[in-house]
Design a protein around this ligand. Structure first.
Ligand SMILES: C[S@@+](CC[C@H](N)C(=O)[O-])C[C@H]1O[C@@H](n2cnc3c(N)ncnc32)[C@H](O)[C@@H]1O
Length: 206
């Protein structure tokens, strides 16, 4: 099964689970009324809805590759009476938004699923307006994971196999055009005996 299908299958079956996140990031996003915020890999839309409330006359758009997640997110927004949150199906490495469209882009535990992380950060750079910022929470590996894990679609879908070493992850961000990177939060843990780090990062498009 392809990685993309494995991800969609996993998240389709996980629509009802309680918590998908690896760390909140909205507190660091400095959302202002009127802002356009994009939440990449929005899942059930919890952070998108919070962002929409902060944006007031602005709006928040959640993007996710799993149709069932997008549907669940739309239902959540309707249930909560939030009218300035929109949800679209799409892929992180090919964003369906124009250049310089967003003030803020957030992403919580989603970019690790994509093999070409630099492509995702290039898309983030393209879609952010000059002066805009991203706040991304994601999983990194303490060291290169073995190939049996990095090529296993199920481990990738489980927020594990796609974790790359920190220096590689930071290089992808720099190569995309973000010159200064802040590490706002980090936590180390073990999975199947391998060291992982959950980090929250912020950078501005200068
Ligand atoms: C761990 S969940 C996190 C969901 C949400 N951000 C949260 O914190 O609750 C990862 C999400 O990323 C989505 N995803 C994985 N790969 C993707 C891709 N290539 N493009 C868009 N979304 C993707 C999955 O469908 C899933 O909803």
């Amino acid at each position: 099964m392809s990685v993309e299908l494995s991800i969609i299958e996993r998240y389709t079956s996980e629509t009802e689970t309680v918590n998908l996140s690896c760390g909140g990031n909205l507190d660091f996003a400095q959302v202002q009324p009127g802002d356009v915020i994009i939440d990449l890999g929005c899942g059930r839309g919890t952070e998108t809805i919070l962002a929409a409330r902060k944006a007031m006359e602005g709006k928040a758009i959640g993007l996710d590759i799993t149709p069932k997640m997008v549907q669940a997110a739309r239902e959540q927004a309707a249930l909560k009476g939030v009218t300035n949150a929109e949800f679209v199906e799409g892929a992180l490495d090919s964003l369906p938004f124009p250049d310089s469209y967003a003030d803020v882009m957030i992403s919580n535990c989603s970019i690790n699923h994509v093999s070409d992380k630099e492509k995702v950060f290039r898309e983030i750079f393209r879609v952010l307006r000059p002066g805009g910022r991203f706040v991304v929470s994601d999983i990194m590996a303490q060291e290169l994971l073995p190939v049996e894990i990095t090529t296993d679609p199920e481990e990738i879908a489980a927020c594990f196999g796609g974790a790359i070493p920190s220096d590689e992850y930071f290089r992808a961000i720099r190569n995309a055009g973000f010159l200064e990177l802040e590490i706002l939060k980090e936590r180390s843990y073990l999975k199947k005996g391998y060291g992982l780090i959950s980090r929250t990062l912020r950078a501005y498009k200068k």
